[in-house]
Design a binder for this molecule. Structure first.
Ligand SMILES: Cc1cc2nc3c(=O)[nH]c(=O)nc-3n(C[C@H](O)[C@H](O)[C@H](O)COP(=O)(O)OP(=O)(O)OC[C@H]3O[C@@H](n4cnc5c(N)ncnc54)[C@H](O)[C@@H]3O)c2cc1C
Length: 435
């Protein structure tokens, strides 16, 4: 590829922006087109009292090395903050701490044997070497084998069901193993969980990344929804939006697979199209409440009560200082669900009222008067469902059209999606293209 080639990247999430940054750095002429009015995709932000906040809660694990390496390359390592976190579980109408190994020993919903087996599971996952051997096993069968029926029933079944709903039984052991390994490995020196955040939030990092792209001659244009790719004699020649056409030698699409499928449908075989449509996704709804007081001391509360309709209650301001948000306490209520689900389809006002009523059951003293503002965010393609034998479902990076590539969240494997892997994937693609 000659250095003057123009490369168009569709989507300004972390995948598209990391790819653009490395290509621009290598001297290529890159243009990123983004349909939304701001960059960041699932990690994009909105404003709370003048400070940007992620629409969907975000943090990093201490072992998210690809994020840290990009931040180092941007010369911004000083902006990363590592913090001890307070994690808890809501079970049987009670709250339990679950941040440090000692909390596990006090976790009463499990028998002593169950607590030990849960602790052992956290250690055993680190020694799984040949993850490919887990591909044919479901997460539930694997968890029962590794930690027993009781641990599965009390701890993992509600979380799997809470996250994947009806699809929980389809989830692969590989997905579960990786989640446990990554989250369990995100620990400080004293053994407690540590997580990381960027000073100024993910929005500031996105700004730094866009600035880096522009500094090296690239460009990022928002409010530009690509409606199709242009192909001549089996080779990509550009893309078009509703009003404009752009010429390009190479195009990389980082949108979710169903969007890619629609875009590529006129140019690829039916077999390839079916492969692009095969992986299923869940949507997500996050209701963000800005309160005038705190709900609890916990940052991350896993909900192991099937009657509560959200899988986690995340008090962001028990992680990042509330003073940044004008003293407001920020609460996320998160739910993964099919896009056809009633909650996903509700109006914003209905969704907030539903969330508030349920939160009152968990925190009876909570009162609607505490709520200064509420916002509702929906992601249609938020979580690919990592089924058994997922490696066979993942589409290739190359397509049948010369010069047209796909680089999307659902290709991340055996790890699950996340900004760390979006960055890894974007940068790997840049290396491959530069070759
Ligand atoms: C509830 C929730 C919580 C999360 N928490 C964390 C966390 O704590 N830590 C973490 O690291 N990750 C987290 N993630 C995951 C993380 O946000 C994603 O993995 C990552 O942002 C994906 O980046 P991406 O660029 O691959 O995809 P996306 O962010 O989906 O970006 C794709 C972009 O393509 C654009 N696009 C789509 N179609 C078109 C078109 N036709 N024309 C132009 N542009 C188009 C979209 O608007 C979007 O901006 C979370 C995700 C969710 C849903």
């Amino acid at each position: 590829m000659a250095n003057s080639d123009k490369i168009i990247i569709i989507g300004a999430g972390f995948t598209g922006l990391s790819l653009a940054y490395d290509l621009a750095l290598a001297g290529h002429k890159v243009l990123v087109l983004e349909s939304m009015s701001n960059v960041g995709g699932l990690a994009s932000t909105f404003e709370v009292e003048g400070e940007r906040l992620e629409k969907f809660y975000h943090h990093w694990f201490t072992n998210d090395v690809h994020v840290m390496s990009l931040i180092r390359d941007l010369g911004k390592s000083d902006s990363v903050r590592f913090r001890d976190t307070r994690t808890g579980v809501y079970f049987g109408n009670k709250f339990f701490k679950l941040s440090r190994p000692i909390d596990l020993l006090r976790f009463k919903p499990l028998s002593l044997r169950g607590r030990l087996r849960l602790g052992l599971l956290a250690i055993r996952v680190r020694f799984v070497r040949e993850w490919m051997r887990l591909e044919t096993t479901s997460a539930s069968d694997w968890l029962i084998k590794m930690a027993g029926e009781e641990v599965y029933r009390v701890v993992w079944a509600p979380l799997l069901r809470g996250k994947f709903g009806e699809a929980a039984s389809e989830v692969s052991a590989v997905w579960m193993w990786n989640k446990l390994k990554l989250r369990g490995g995100s620990r400080g020196k004293k053994g407690g969980e540590q997580l990381a955040y960027y000073q100024g939030g993910f929005g500031r990092l996105l700004d730094d990344l866009v600035e880096g792209i522009k500094l090296h001659g690239g460009n990022v244009i928002t409010d530009s929804k690509v409606t199709g790719v242009d192909v001549e004699n089996g080779k990509v020649t550009g893309v078009h939006t509703e009003n404009l056409s752009y010429l390009a030698e190479n195009v990389v699409v980082t949108a979710p697979l169903p969007v890619i499928a629609d875009m590529l449908a006129p140019h690829i075989s039916d077999t390839s199209l079916q492969k692009l449509k095969r992986i299923k996704y869940l949507a997500n709804i996050c209701i963000v409440l800005e309160l005038n007081r705190s709900l609890s001391e916990t940052y991350w509360l896993n909900v192991n009560d099937p009657s509560f309709p959200f899988v986690a209650v995340i008090e962001h301001t028990n992680f990042e200082d509330k003073d940044l948000y004008g003293g407001r306490h920020i609460i996320y209520l998160s739910k993964y669900l099919p896009e056809t689900a009633e909650l996903f389809q509700m109006s914003d006002a209905e969704a907030v009222s539903y969330a508030v009523n349920n939160l009152k059951r968990m925190f009876p003293e909570f009162n609607l008067d505490w709520t200064l503002n509420a916002s509702v965010w929906r992601g249609q393609y938020s979580q690919p469902i990592v089924e058994k034998n997922y490696s066979e479902l993942i589409p290739e990076y190359e397509t049948e059209v010369a010069g047209l590539y796909i680089n999307t969240m659902a290709q991340i494997y055996p790890e699950d999606r996340g900004t760390n892997y979006a960055i890894r994937q974007g940068r790997e693609m840049a290396r491959r293209m530069c070759k």
